[in-house]
Ligand binder design. Structure first.
Ligand code: GLA
Length: 670
């Protein structure tokens, strides 16, 4: 699969370099602008252009009316300009006539609010009517352009489930019941067991009485919420599959859709989607609302590579500068865009596409940056875009190489849902908060990690990091224990292994699924207040969480020196088989976390990149075409590293000096 995927991505590039692409919405501009667009795309080295993403109301402006003239023309112009097309199926937002004709398609929120058209994704994902109309659009588009030589990739819909993942309308309720009947083999007793419905008199006598977990007066049933999350992810996947099936009947061109592996979208369990994608593609924007936006970028890129099972992937959308959908849309600083892009490529992207080509003059995203800004060609932003095109053009040899990592971080959307479900011990425990803290500790220690699903093959990884893996099956927990027995070092963090797949607490002492492996038994959680910290006996501090645990067969490496669990072990280690299993019962401060991970890595024989730290990001990709060391200096001062080779950024022999804010991509001497 690996070679095939990298070949597929390579064919999307204009020349020998990595893919450089963008979303293009020519319908927003007068036809006279189009030839100029193509000329500028050629100047920048744009090889792949996504069009027709929001095309529905242009190609099908009224019921039964079809007009492909503009799309025909733009496709011909791009083709004549040697630019490949990533063709949208056009179904991401229904045309206004459709929801006017069939208002029953509109999505409904958990409080019963009907969401009106006028924005985007104004449709219920389970609506058979919507699906039928969308199928007609896809069919017409593929029948018209399926054989066009410029079409190199199919882009199903757009960011499926970005806004409408959770719909509570009657159609969704019916679809949810159908999904539940299949999950529980038509056995209502099985549903009752899974959801624990004896609690609060929630026992069902028939599937007909079950509804989505809409707004209620109290806390809701967590089992019901968890299944609704699973169902909702499956419904979006069903939308993708329906379109992909229509395309695949008529074309062999690869089919994909743009994932949203990002901090603020959590409704889709992409582990269950990957088998349907010909190329894994992700959209990523720096999220300035987070404490560590670029740490999140690195994590998201590693997770995207995990979804691609280590193979190269495509960054389908990102921004050159500010977005317009955060409260404060900060411009990128000097060189920041290139550093962001280098981080994506370092972590496995073989192609970089931007949203969007030309900054809109109208519409909700008119203040979103683009490759061609409102200021036009005579701008630093455009010059930077052209320069980036040049760099991507020099990175062709990187394509198809793999990121080197001996550590794995286990990640699960189901745990994300379960950790943050209602009625939890502390709102301060967010799943991504714990995952990001663990990932940052690895990055600060200079250790590159793969991000894998629970149940993935773990052989080959010497270090396993298991942050807040709250919901886990017996088999997946056993796989971690086996990896440790076989020699891996595992760090399991608090609130992991607490519930089974039905969100049922594993009783007998926490953390049920890992109690034996870790040699500990915890009797009570004792979370901390926001801003509260506790000291450990080793002088470090922890926040967010403590718990009252005892060792049964482990060594207490450090204990809580104060706080609600004073005296209880905070960091434990158990030698198991040829490996070791560690547990940490709090969120260590950033330096302590880095030191802990560095210590475990060195015990496990995992080598860190020399010179890497919180400011200096270093990742290596290697393969048949050589070994490439990515060094990204996010800091304010220059660093000196011992490297030899050719620097593809400066196109000169590597000196080892990386100025403040600079990127070096070194083809290493072997
Ligand atoms: C998403 C969408 C695009 C655009 C960008 C703006 O990624 O797919 O259509 O809205 O966000 O950041």
């Amino acid at each position: 699969m690996a070679a095939a995927v990298s070949d597929r991505i390579a064919t999307l590039s204009q020349g020998d370099g990595l893919v450089f692409g963008c979303d293009y919405n020519p319908e927003q501009w007068d036809r006279s602008v189009w030839p100029e667009d193509v000329r500028l795309m050629q100047e920048a080295g744009i090889g792949l252009v996504a069009i027709n993403i929001f095309g529905w109301s242009s190609i099908n402006p009224a019921h039964g009316v079809w007009d492909f003239s503009a799309l025909d023309e733009i496709i011909e112009q791009l083709h004549a300009g040697g630019i490949r097309i990533n063709l949208g199926t056009g179904t991401s937002s229904p045309a206004p006539w459709l929801t006017a004709r069939h208002p029953e398609i509109l999505p409904v929120g958990e409080d019963g609010t009907v969401f009106h058209p006028g924005g985007r994704q104004a449709y219920c994902p389970s609506s058979p009517l919507f699906r039928a109309y969308a199928a007609e659009v896809v069919t017409r588009v593929v029948e018209r352009y399926g054989d066009h030589p410029a079409v190199s990739l199919w882009h199903v819909s757009n960011e499926l489930g970005c806004h409408n993942a959770l719909c509570y309308c009657d159609t969704s309720a019916e679809a949810f019941r159908t999904w539940l009947r299949a999950r529980y083999d038509d056995d209502i007793a099985a549903l009752n067991r899974a959801w624990g419905t004896t609690f609060w008199s929630q026992r069902y006598s028939s599937f007909d009485d079950v509804r989505p977990p809409a707004q209620v007066l109290s806390l809701r049933n967590p089992g019901q919420i968890l299944d609704f999350q699973r169902f909702s992810s499956d419904e979006q996947l069903a939308l993708y599959r329906a379109e992909a099936a229509i395309l695949r009947e008529r074309t062999d061109v690869p089919v994909t859709t743009n994932f949203m592996v990002t901090a603020h979208i959590r409704n889709l369990d992409y582990w269950t989607w990957t088998g349907d994608m010909d190329v894994i593609a992700n959209d990523h924007y720096l999220d300035r609302r987070l404490e560590d936006p670029r740490g999140e970028l690195s994590f998201a890129a590693d997770l995207t590579r995990g979804l691609a099972e280590g193979a190269p992937w495509l960054l389908m959308e990102t921004s050159t500068g500010a977005v317009n959908w955060q409260p404060y849309n900060l411009a990128k600083g000097p060189g920041e865009m290139v550093r962001n892009i280098a981080a994506h490529v370092a972590r496995g992207a073989d192609g970089i596409c931007f949203f969007q080509w030309r900054a809109s003059a109208q519409g909700a995203e008119k203040y979103h940056t683009a490759l061609v800004p409102h200021a036009g060609e005579d701008s630093d932003q455009w010059r930077e875009a052209v320069e980036l095109g040049g760099l991507l053009g020099r990175l062709g040899e990187v394509a198809g190489t793999r990121v080197e990592a001996d550590a794995a971080l286990l990640f699960s959307w189901e745990s994300w849902w379960a950790v943050e479900n209602e009625g939890r011990p502390s709102e301060g425990v967010t799943y991504l908060g714990q995952v990001h803290a663990a990932h940052a500790a690895l990055a600060d220690a200079g250790i590159t990690t793969d991000v894998v699903r629970p149940g993935a093959a773990l052989d080959g990884y010497r270090l396993l990091i298991v942050p807040a893996l709250h919901l886990i099956s017996d088999e997946d927990a056993a796989a971690i224990a086996r990896a440790v027995e076989n020699g891996a070092t595992a760090l399991i963090t608090f609130f992991s292994g607490i519930v089974d797949e039905e969100d049922r607490v594993r009783t007998g002492g926490y953390p049920g699924a890992f109690r034996e492996l870790l040699g500990i038994r915890s009797e009570e959680f004792a979370p901390l207040l926001p801003g509260e910290t506790v000291f450990l006996t080793d002088g470090t501090t922890g926040s967010v969480w403590t718990e009252r645990l005892k060792t049964t067969d482990a060594v207490a490496v450090a204990s809580f020196a104060d706080g609600p669990s004073a005296g209880a072990p905070a960091l434990t280690r158990r030698a198991a088989g040829e490996g070791a299993a560690w547990f940490v019962a709090t969120q260590p401060d950033r330096i302590a976390y880095r030191d802990l991970v560095a210590r475990l890595a060195s015990d496990a024989g995992v080598t860190a990149h020399p010179g890497a730290d919180r400011d200096v990001e270093i990742v290596r990709r290697s393969g048949d075409r050589g070994s490439f060391l990515f060094i990204i200096n996010h800091g304010d001062s220059a660093v000196e590293l011992a490297v030899t080779g050719h620097d593809l950024v400066t196109d000169a022999p590597a000196t080892g000096r990386v100025p403040a804010g600079a990127v070096r991509i070194i083809k290493e001497d072997v």
